[in-house]
Structures are given as structure tokens and as C-alpha cells.
Design a protein around this ligand. Structure first.
Ligand SMILES: Nc1ncnc2c1ncn2[C@@H]1O[C@H](COP(=O)(O)OP(=O)(O)OP(=O)(O)O)[C@@H](O)[C@H]1O
Ligand SMILES: [Mg+2]
Length: 425
């Protein structure tokens, strides 16, 4: 067994270099970014590999996952020309749960300041509401109250006897988090932060106006479909469903009797969840699996492919609708939905989601960041960009708090980036 990475003395954000690692069911992606002296983010390293050892976002084979993670990070490091020790990672495993908690502390007659808010938000104060086998991943204040008067956005400067908060808590099974930490540690990396996958995708794609009006983000990955609901600019609810694009591929493989890799290719080339009149005339070549294991070509009408894909996509969106209804967040979250993740690229997904969820739907492409290669600009990279964005925000806050200025970075990484892009894209 490999040794764990040693803790480094310097805080992870001090160098202004941050790394994001999206460990997905079908792909692993690592982005390394540098905060420039003009306070903007620039991508200096990209690594991207197919995944292994995960099922529906959960680690099932530690060694297989470790090997792919190491290779992905290594590729990003080679492009960046520097080693990283800390990564911000996504979380989809551990049966994440969203719960809203109301919590109050006494502040006898005091002016409310940062110290009172820190005391209010101290997890020790509401730990009893969290089940013992779960740990807190996010604790997001969605509104304060002073002496029972709700709807206070920022209580600092106010006076009262009781300060209260409504917290959106996301918890995950502690065992699953230990497995993840173990796997990352075996790659000689330390976890600098963890973000629930749909929350990261939301950070990477949503605009402020959408969050303000209320929006539902749906990240459709290979093994999971995850949901983040925003209301009044705050993340108020999350869901993770163990179903995604790989289920569509498996349906095609079964329905057309073709191997999984061929089914995947057929899906991305000809797949759709929107029937059209020409589907019955368009013939698709399908390599079926024959009895003796040999592969020979046949043809089927595209109509058959669409008839296989449609019910699975319909089922996924109906599951999302049901979960949101059960949690009471179907109407609250406004009339808009944003789709991210590789599986939302299936033609017709936007219209189907719109019809089932009764919302205006768009595809969420990650926000443009200097140095981001075109290959990482699609909706499948929303989570990784969101992780990097989150890490950058934290870095800026920490640097500002400590009044630390960054050293101007060497020009070396720029020329390396140019050469790497020419060689790889
Ligand atoms: N052009 C496309 N059309 C349809 N589906 C696509 C396309 N490109 C990728 N996919 C599907 O997207 C899925 C992978 O999406 P993504 O990369 O977001 O998943 P992941 O992050 O690895 O998995 P998860 O988030 O579930 O752990 C696969 O099922 C793949 O077949
Ligand atoms: Mg994903």
C-alpha cells in the first residue's frame, strides 16, 4: 500500500494555484488554475480520462479508481509544469441528504457582529439534528431571524435577544467520505474541499439572475442524475438519483443486441429522445452480437433507437419531478431549469425536460475561463469548472483576510500551455 501524502505547512490556497478533481462514473477530470495578480483565473493544467472503479458515483473498486485519478492528475500536472498537493473534489456518493434546520442562540441585548454569527453557525449547536453515521458537507444559511422576526438577510449591526437562522444542511454517509479520502490520499493528494456534484455544476453555470428568481439545476451524468434547487439566490435543496446516461446506453445495447461500446457510439451519433417523421426511413448500421461471439453488421430504423431511448429519458425526468414534488420544491424553485452533464446532450432532452417538469429549460455550459480548451467547454465539464470556481472564491477570500499578495507568476506556464494545446488538441 502506498504512503499517504504528508500535510504541508503552507495553507493550500497560499500559492494561488488551485486544483479541481471531478471523479465521475464515466470520466475523471482535473483542472489546475492559477489566480493571476489581476485577480482573474487562468487554467494552466487539464487532465481528462475515462473513469474506472465507480458505480453511480460511488467508489466500488479503490485500486482501479486510484490508478485513473493518479493518471488524470499527472496529465494536468505535466501540462501545468508543477505538482499539486491539494484538490477540491466533488461528492456524489454517501446517500447525500438535504435538510432544513431552524436554530437559535441567545445574544442578550448585544449588537450582532461576526462573533455572534460564528457562534450561531457553529455545528456543535445543531449537531443533534444530524444522524450519527452522516457528516456535514454543506451548511448554508438561507435566512436569519432576530427575536423571531424572519426574512433578515444580514443581521450584522442589529440588536436583539435571540438570533436565529434557517440552515440548509447537506449531509453524507461518513463511511463513503472515508473511502473517498483514502483513495485521494493514496494518490498523494490532500482534500482541500468537497462540494456536492450538482452544487458544483450550479456554481459553474448558473447566473445570478436565475438563482435569484429560482431555478432547478439537473446534472445528467453517466451513473447519476443530480439536482440542485435555488430559491432567493440560495441553495435550498439537493437530490441525487442513481440513474444516468449509462442506463440509456445499456437499454440500447439490450434492445439492439449490440455490445456496450457500439451502443454508446450509436447513441451519441444517432440517438435522440425526440421522435421525428424521418426516423422510420433513416437506417442505422448496428453490429449485433452473434451466438459465436463474432460481430457482423445489421441495420435498424432510427425509429427503433428513439423508441428505446425515449422511455428511459422520460423516466429520469419523471423521477426528478416526483422527488421535487415529494420534497415540496417543485413549484417553489421558479419556472426555470438548467441541464448539465454529458447525458443532457441527447437531442430532444431540453424539450422533454420542459414538458415533464413544466419549466423553461436551457443547457448550462460552464462559464468561460481563460485557458480552458474547447474540449472542456461542454455541459459535461460544469462540475469541474464549478469546483475550480469554488476553490478560487475561497482562495480570494482567504488571501484578502490574511492581507497576502500573490507573487507575479512566471511566464513559463503560459508558454508550456501553448505548446501543450498544440500537441494535444
Ligand atoms: N453527445 C452526447 N449525446 C448523448 N449522451 C452523451 C453525449 N456525450 C456524452 N454522453 C453521455 O453522458 C454520460 C457521461 O456524462 P458525464 O461525463 O457528465 O458523467 P460523469 O460525470 O462521468 O458521471 P456521474 O456524474 O454520473 O458520476 C454518458 O452516459 C455518455 O454516454
Ligand atoms: Mg458528473
Amino acid at each position: 500500500m502506498k504512503k499517504k501524502a504528508k500535510s504541508s505547512a503552507q495553507p493550500w490556497w497560499r500559492s494561488g494555484v488551485v486544483a479541481a478533481l471531478d471523479i465521475g462514473t464515466t470520466k475523471i477530470c482535473c483542472l489546475i488554475g492559477r489566480l493571476t495578480t489581476s485577480n482573474t483565473l487562468r487554467i494552466i493544467g487539464v487532465g481528462h480520462q475515462s473513469s474506472n472503479g465507480l458505480k453511480s458515483g460511488t467508489l466500488v473498486d479503490l485500486e482501479a479508481a486510484e490508478e485513473r485519478i493518479c493518471a488524470t492528475v499527472d496529465a494536468a500536472e505535466r501540462m501545468a509544469g508543477e505538482r499539486i498537493r491539494h484538490v477540491i473534489i466533488n461528492v456524489s456518493a454517501g446517500q447525500p441528504r438535504s435538510q432544513l434546520i431552524s436554530h437559535e442562540v441567545a445574544i442578550p441585548g448585544k449588537e450582532i457582529g461576526d462573533a455572534e454569527i460564528r457562534r450561531l453557525l457553529d455545528p456543535a449547536g445543531y449537531a443533534a439534528s444530524i444522524s450519527t453515521d452522516h457528516e456535514i458537507l454543506h451548511a448554508i444559511p438561507v435566512g436569519y431571524s432576530v427575536d423571531g422576526a424572519r426574512g433578515v438577510r444580514d443581521p450584522r449591526g442589529m440588536f436583539g435577544e435571540r438570533l436565529g437562522v434557517n440552515l440548509h444542511i447537506v449531509t453524507v454517509a461518513a463511511g463513503a467520505m472515508r473511502n473517498l479520502a483514502n483513495c485521494i490520499g493514496r494518490c498523494h493528494l490532500e482534500i482541500a474541499g468537497k462540494v456536492l456534484s450538482p452544487y458544483a455544476a450550479a456554481i459553474g453555470t448558473l447566473v445570478d439572475e436565475e438563482k435569484n428568481l429560482g431555478v432547478t439545476l439537473i446534472d445528467m451524468g453517466g451513473g447519476t442524475t443530480s439536482v440542485a434547487v435555488y430559491f432567493d439566490s440560495q441553495l435550498v435543496h439537493t437530490e441525487i438519483l442513481p440513474v444516468g446516461g449509462n442506463h440509456v446506453t445499456r437499454d440500447i445495447a439490450r434492445g439492439l443486441s449490440t455490445p456496450i461500446p457500439q451502443a454508446e457510439r450509436i447513441k451519441t451519433l444517432y440517438g435522440s429522445c425526440q421522435p421525428s417523421q424521418s426516423d422510420s426511413r433513416q437506417m442505422i448500421e448496428v453490429p449485433p452480437i452473434t451466438d459465436d461471439g463474432m460481430v457482423e453488421l445489421g441495420t435498424v430504423p432510427r425509429e427503433l433507437l428513439v423508441r428505446i431511448i425515449f422511455p428511459r429519458m422520460e423516466e429520469i425526468f419523471e423521477m426528478v419531478r416526483t422527488r421535487l414534488e415529494d420534497a415540496g420544491f417543485d413549484k417553489v424553485a421558479g419556472r426555470r431549469a438548467v441541464l448539465t452533464g454529458g447525458a443532457c446532450q441527447l437531442p430532444g432532452a431540453v424539450d422533454l425536460a420542459g414538458a415533464i417538469l413544466q419549466k423553461r429549460v436551457r443547457i448550462g455550459r460552464p462559464r468561460r475561463i481563460e485557458g480552458l480548451p474547447e474540449v472542456a467547454a461542454g455541459p459535461g465539464f460544469a462540475v469541474c469548472i464549478g469546483l475550480l470556481d469554488h476553490a478560487m472564491t475561497q482562495t480570494k477570500e482567504n488571501l484578502a483576510q490574511d492581507a497576502v499578495k500573490l507573487e507575479p507568476s512566471s511566464a513559463g506556464s503560459w508558454s508550456r500551455l501553448g505548446q501543450w494545446l498544440r500537441e494535444n488538441f
